[in-house]
Design a protein around this ligand. Structure first.
Ligand SMILES: NC(=O)c1ccc[n+]([C@@H]2O[C@H](COP(=O)([O-])OP(=O)(O)OC[C@H]3O[C@@H](n4cnc5c(N)ncnc54)[C@H](OP(=O)(O)O)[C@@H]3O)[C@@H](O)[C@H]2O)c1
Length: 273
């Protein structure tokens, strides 16, 4: 059955490959990114390669809460159903930057982006049940420092990136509990090391190692698409899968309910400012 699927991060490596893969399955895709030109080129490429013309594009800055709320409003006005939301967009920044909302840029884009977009689209997803949310994360073990989440006192790019991916894991666990009994499932996905521009600002030998170990996005895109559409994941929620579609155990810290709740409450507060 054709599903309506909204995907972020489509102008990137994993997002682009996932959009192609889902388009092959004949689904109606809503591609969301911040760059209109890149989006139009991607749409043309997908149509040329898959013959699927059911492709819409939307622009928004996922580091800016007002922009996310605006595009979510647009989605709710345009579509009467949304079967799946796939949160892929993220960044890595070597130096501390602030978003338009005054938040550290990785916190804003990688955590608040999917947090706000998902919450804004929950009613539409509920209306379309069964529906799925999948967020691309990583097996982060970073412990959150709630006294300095914005890196004001001390900034470390690796800490902020790892922290944002920990937040993806924690948010997923909290949301899965909140969505129990609704027939909306939510899971996280680790793509493995994939060649992309994500680490272009990473410095030194680490960047070299990451690049050497990275592979093409095809396998990750295939597994991610399965997680979004395959019947074998009906009713599966609150889990973390890797690029081989194996369920993984994330760190004990990511399951700390007090920390999860603290993060959820803080994020809700920030998104309502
Ligand atoms: N690559 C890996 O090895 C790896 C490993 C673990 C996890 N991941 C995760 O996989 C996901 C995709 O990463 P990738 O490797 O495909 O990275 P990528 O190629 O750099 O793609 C990132 C995407 O996010 C978009 N984006 C960034 N900031 C945005 C904003 N403010 N508003 C809207 N869109 C924005 C980018 O748009 P522009 O084209 O406009 O920049 C791009 O489409 C991320 O969540 C990442 O954390 C990747």
């Amino acid at each position: 059955m054709q599903k309506t699927i909204l995907i972020t991060g489509v102008t990137g490596s994993i997002g682009g490959a996932t959009a192609h893969e889902l388009a092959k399955g004949g689904h109606h895709l809503v591609l969301l990114a911040r760059n209109q030109q890149k989006l139009e080129a991607l749409k043309a490429d997908i149509i040329a390669k898959t013959n699927n013309t059911s492709i819409d594009i939307l622009t928004a800055d996922l580091s800016h809460i007002a922009s996310i709320k605006k595009v979510a409003q647009e989605v709710k006005q345009k579509y009467n159903r949304l079967d799946a939301l796939v949160n892929i967009a993220a960044i890595f920044r070597a130096n501390r930057e602030l978003s338009k909302d005054g938040l550290e840029m990785m916190f804003a884009t990688n955590h608040m982006g999917p947090f706000v977009l998902t919450n804004e689209l929950l009613d539409l997803l509920k209306q379309s049940k069964p529906a799925r949310i999948v967020t691309v994360a990583a097996p982060s073990t970073t412990k959150l420092n709630f006294d300095d989440l914005q890196g004001e006192k001390k900034y470390s790019s690796m800490y902020s990136f790892g922290g944002s991916k920990m937040m993806n894991l924690m948010t997923n666990y909290t949301l899965a509990k909140k969505l129990e009994g609704t027939n909306i499932t939510t899971n996280t996905f680790h793509p493995g090391l994939v060649k992309s521009d994500l680490v272009k600002e990473m410095k030194g030998p680490l960047k070299l190692i990451v690049n050497m170990m990275s592979t093409k996005p095809d396998k990750a895109a295939h597994s991610l698409s399965e997680l979004v559409t395959s019947e074998k994941y009906n009713g599966v929620s609150g889990k973390f899968f890797d690029f081989k579609q194996k369920e993984k155990k994330s760190s004990a810290y990511s399951h700390d309910q007090a920390m999860q709740e603290k993060l959820w409450n803080l994020s809700t507060e920030l998104s309502n400012k």
